[in-house]
Design a protein around this ligand. Structure first.
Ligand code: NDP
Length: 252
């Protein structure tokens, strides 16, 4: 039996697609035939590489330099995509940052930047996309959460608060948009091999690894596979869920 996820020709926006998990998501959705526009913040070289390698492989991938903290820039970029491509079928809110520190050592920026990016950014992009999905009574929204949204982690009060907020946001928006036939789900990665987790893996590798049942870190592609599933027609009857993809993190 051949699988057909129904992603061919879908118009997708992925935030933070220039590196790490976002890049893997862009590449998988585009390989499945989706027309993908990704946002990035400032790493233009990385963004150019993602566009070029995917176009060389015959995929439809474009990039836009959009800081998700800037609501006006988000609204304008989403309008450009919707106007240019006629609709938005799929939104993956992936852009996120980490600024770990014990609470007493956290400065204003550590708190503000994490919340403005990881929470504010999701509000800014989703608010701009939703009217386009409502118009068509169809769409799928997938938010990147984290194990930190459910389980405590030292030095992560800011990040954990941001991802707990994303879980709550996901469940509430699922309720709000279900009557419009739009699904909203989340993927909560464990420790994945990207630049974001490098410091944690370097500093606390042993103790972190001892809490992962499968005794290895995840790969960006393994998160992309979960996003692919939630974006596919096989997930048409799933909404308001947060799927953990974490190798069994902290379950012992
Ligand atoms: P990376 O640091 O590898 O990549 C982050 C991406 O987000 C980059 O493309 C970056 O753009 C973009 N980005 C950051 N801030 C902004 C902004 N203000 N506006 C637009 N784009 C922005 O992160 P990961 O791939 O590791 O993480 C992706 C998501 O997965 C995040 O939401 C993260 O919280 C979550 N996650 C990751 C885990 C991990 O272990 N890696 C674990 C659990 C959750 P640029 O290249 O321009 O800087």
């Amino acid at each position: 039996m051949e699988l057909d996820a129904g992603l061919a020709g879908k118009v997708a926006i992925v935030t933070g697609g220039s590196r790490g998990i976002g890049r893997a998501i862009v590449e998988l959705l585009a390989a499945e035939g989706a027309d993908v526009t990704f946002f990035f913040r400032d790493n233009a070289d990385a963004a150019r590489t993602v566009v070029a390698t995917n176009r060389a492989a015959g995929r439809k991938v474009s990039s836009e330099q959009v800081d998700v903290r800037d609501s006006k820039a988000c609204a304008a970029a989403v309008e450009r995509v919707a106007e240019g491509k006629g609709r938005v079928d799929l939104l993956v809110n992936n852009a996120g940052i980490i600024r770990d520190n014990p609470l007493s050592a956290m400065d204003d920026d550590d708190v503000a930047l994490v919340l403005e990016t990881n929470v504010g950014g999701v509000f800014n992009v989703t608010r701009a996309v939703v009217p386009h999905m409502i118009m068509r009574r169809s769409g799928k929204i997938i938010n990147l959460s984290s194990v930190a949204g459910e389980k405590g982690g030292r030095g992560q009060t800011n990040y954990a608060a941001s991802k707990g907020a994303i879980n709550a946001f996901t469940r509430s928006l699922a309720v709000e948009l279900a009557p419009r036939k739009i699904t909203v789900n989340g993927v909560a990665p464990g420790v994945i091999e990207t630049e974001m987790s490098q410091a944690v893996r370097d500093l606390a590798g042993e103790s972190v690894m001892s809490r992962i049942l499968l005794r290895r870190y995840g790969k960006p592609e393994e998160i992309a596979h979960a996003v692919w599933f939630l974006a596919s027609r096989y997930a048409d009857y799933i909404t308001g869920q947060i799927i953990a993809v974490d190798g069994g993190f902290k379950m012992e």
